[in-house]
Design a protein. Structure first.
Length: 211
């Protein structure tokens, strides 16, 4: 199913696993709502997939929020876009009759940064987060309570865009908020490697077990 309804161009793929938490797929800069569908299917077969397209255009490339430079974010825009995405998630859950459990976010790069922002600003909108190549998007005051929330940060030791220190800082911040954070390193750059996918599969199997 694809559509422009609910305020976002998006794809929705119904699941076959009754009551399973859907995946919220958030693409990277220049991507779209189709990019992560096959990854989502591979990571959690049979789980419903909800995949919006970011609404900001940077030189024609879709993103989930504005940036002023590489790694320098427009925080007012980020807060507004996170609020809009949280509303989309709530409305989509109702429209598509999705489980009582909020989605598990799966984000890459800019999409992972948006997933982290949702966890920090709208913690009720997600039940877990798989963040590929993510950095600290902002530091809210006060921090949210993320006590039941599992997060996997899949970081690349050689990533020139998200440095190891930035991945570490995000792990610490989410941990301070109470999340159960796994920081997984691969010998890769900003692009994903086989190791990233293997650790993501292992983590996802644990998070979706029994759901
Ligand atoms: C971002 O802008 O969110 C990060 O710098 C990653 C990127 O999209 O290049």
């Amino acid at each position: 199913m694809s559509g422009r309804e609910l305020g976002f161009i998006h794809r929705f793929v119904p699941g076959t696993r009754l009551g399973a938490a859907p995946l919220l797929l958030l693409h990277g800069t220049g991507g779209n709502e189709d990019d992560l569908l096959s990854l989502g299917q591979a990571l959690a077969p049979g789980v419903p997939l909800l995949s919006p397209r970011g609404q900001v255009l940077e030189n024609g490339m879709p993103r989930f929020f504005r940036r002023l430079a590489e790694g320098v974010f427009d925080l007012d825009d980020l807060k507004l876009r996170a609020q809009q995405l949280a509303r989309f998630v709530a409305e989509a859950r109702e429209r598509y009759d999705l489980a009582d459990v909020p989605p598990i976010a799966v984000g890459f790069s800019n999409g992972a940064n948006m997933a982290a922002a949702l966890l920090l600003l709208h913690p009720d909108s997600l039940s877990a987060g798989l963040l590929f190549r993510s950095m600290v998007p902002l530091v809210p005051d006060p921090l949210p309570a993320l006590d039941d929330v599992r997060v996997l940060i899949a970081a690349g030791r050689l990533d020139p865009i998200v440095t190891p220190a930035q991945s570490q800082a995000l792990a610490e911040l989410l941990g301070q908020a109470g999340a159960e954070v796994t920081l997984q390193w691969s010998n890769a750059g900003h692009g994903l490697s086989g190791d990233d996918l293997e650790s993501a599969e292992r983590w996802m199997a644990v998070v979706t077990a029994g759901r």
